[in-house]
Design a protein around this ligand. Structure first.
Ligand code: ATP
Ligand code: MG
Length: 412
């Protein structure tokens, strides 16, 4: 089926008066960027919606990239015909015929006469277009409330738009319209989903990953780069901070409090991430914690760990079931990479029985006795490498380039 245009609909942000133009600007620049590889596509803005003229570009390919644009709620492929009754009916009959009509399909026609000089009212058009459809396709049955198919007919002076498909988009708020946060990105299933959820709420994210070379491999690091690359498909580019964590981590081994190991590690991670957040102008930290999932994610653990930072900790998955998280991971394309086996720095020194109920006073006391700790944390921050990852980055080659790389702010 050939289409002429795509209709793009936007969500809740179109209602928010003051922010509207800022949001629209962000979403428009995002759409322009994802459509760059399609030189014939032309964007037309309208109040509360946009159209993309295809001019021969493939609708499927455009829909594929547009589904990653936050703030875009749904997409409909549109046929355009001259605003003449016969041509409108012909187009509608042809379009509906392309659809795989099951035994019975309920439908209605919803016509809207934008161009008032058109000789038939919206109401009349519902019947004028609906009757020939019923005659042509006996499987169709009219149903006004919640039909399987709603055929929209918008009659305008320079053409009539006909469409019925509604393809869901990513929804949420346009990119970066709600500020910036640091995402603690491990190699697991949860944190990429948490990052996607944060971006979908309009947060710009920078990723922070802690690695413990030589205990964790180069492959583990590349896995996290690949996850960042997958997330960058939604934003154009993402900064990834790679923090060498070995010295901080091993400094906790000598304490002899194995069951608190994870608590110490997580608190150190938050301290380092907070320092990076301050440097980068981020106002929150996002994690993939989900309540009760493991020992470090019980309420007492979250409480003690969370006190290591003054920044708001955003945990988008905190109340979600693992299955729902897995389903999102599959939808956004990170699952297959997340389940690759390479070990994470936290699985290394994992004690046999990590505490589910750490005591804040004890934890603070032990930390205060580790006189090296502030220096080791500072060194980890100093030795952090930053790479910028884009959807077309070649992961294996990234690291060599990261040294001395100039970070330019060409995108936001
Ligand atoms: P994930 O699937 O995201 O790894 P998880 O259920 O395995 O989560 P944990 O390993 O306990 O949970 O980690 C909890 C959160 O701490 C992660 O979601 C992530 O935000 C952060 N985190 C854990 N390890 C690292 C790491 N090596 N680097 C950066 N962040 C980490
Ligand atoms: Mg993990």
């Amino acid at each position: 089926m050939t289409y002429d245009m795509l209709l793009l609909r936007f969500g809740e942000f179109t209602l928010k008066g003051k922010n509207r133009s800022r949001f629209e600007k962000s979403v428009l620049s995002h759409i322009r960027r994802v459509l760059k590889p399609f030189p014939n596509a032309v964007i037309i803005k309208e109040y509360g919606r946009m159209y993309v003229e295809l001019n021969g570009e493939s609708p499927e390919a455009l829909i594929q990239v547009l589904k990653k644009v936050f703030g875009l709620v749904s997409i409909s492929p549109v046929r355009v015909c001259p605003s003449e009754l016969d041509r409108i009916i012909e187009t509608a009959v042809h379009m509906v015929g392309q659809r795989n009509l099951a035994d019975q399909v309920t439908f209605k026609v919803h016509a809207r006469r934008v161009w008032k000089q058109f000789p038939h009212s919206s109401q009349e058009m519902n019947h004028l277009v609906g009757s020939p459809l019923l005659r042509t396709y006996p499987q169709l049955k009219v149903q006004v409330k919640q039909p399987d198919m709603e055929l929209r007919v918008e009659i305008r002076e320079n053409g009539t738009y006909v469409y019925y498909e509604v393809i869901p988009g990513a929804g949420g708020y346009p990119l970066g319209t709600n500020g910036k946060a640091m995402l603690l990105l491990s190699g697991g299933i949860d944190s990429p989903v948490a990052g996607w959820s944060a971006m979908r709420r309009g947060l710009e994210i920078e990723c922070v990953h802690f690695y413990s070379f030589p205990y964790t491999s180069q492959l583990a690091k590349e896995k996290v780069m690949e996850l960042t690359r997958l997330l960058s498909g939604y934003t154009g580019r993402i900064k990834l901070h790679l923090v060498p964590f070995t010295d901080v981590q091993t400094s906790f081994v000598s304490i002899g409090q194995d069951n608190l190991m994870i608590t110490f590690m997580r608190r150190a991670m938050l301290r380092i991430a907070s320092a990076l957040a301050e440097r980068e102008g981020a106002l929150a930290i996002v994690t993939g914690d989900s309540l009760g999932q493991v020992a470090s994610q019980t309420l007492p653990s979250m409480n003690v760990i969370g006190r290591a930072t003054e920044l708001p900790l955003l945990r988008p998955l905190v109340m979600m079931d693992k299955n729902d998280i897995i389903n999102i991971a599959k939808d956004i394309g990170t699952y297959e990479t997340s389940i690759l086996p390479y070990e994470d720095c936290c699985t290394l020194f994992v004690p046999k029985s990590p505490t589910t109920n750490p005591n804040l006073k004890i934890v603070e006391k032990v930390e205060a006795s580790l006189t090296d700790l502030p220096g080791l944390i500072e060194a980890a921050i100093q030795n952090t490498e930053t790479v910028i990852i884009r959807p077309d980055s070649k992961i294996g080659e990234l690291e060599a380039k990261s040294e001395g790389q100039v970070i330019n702010e060409d995108w936001f």
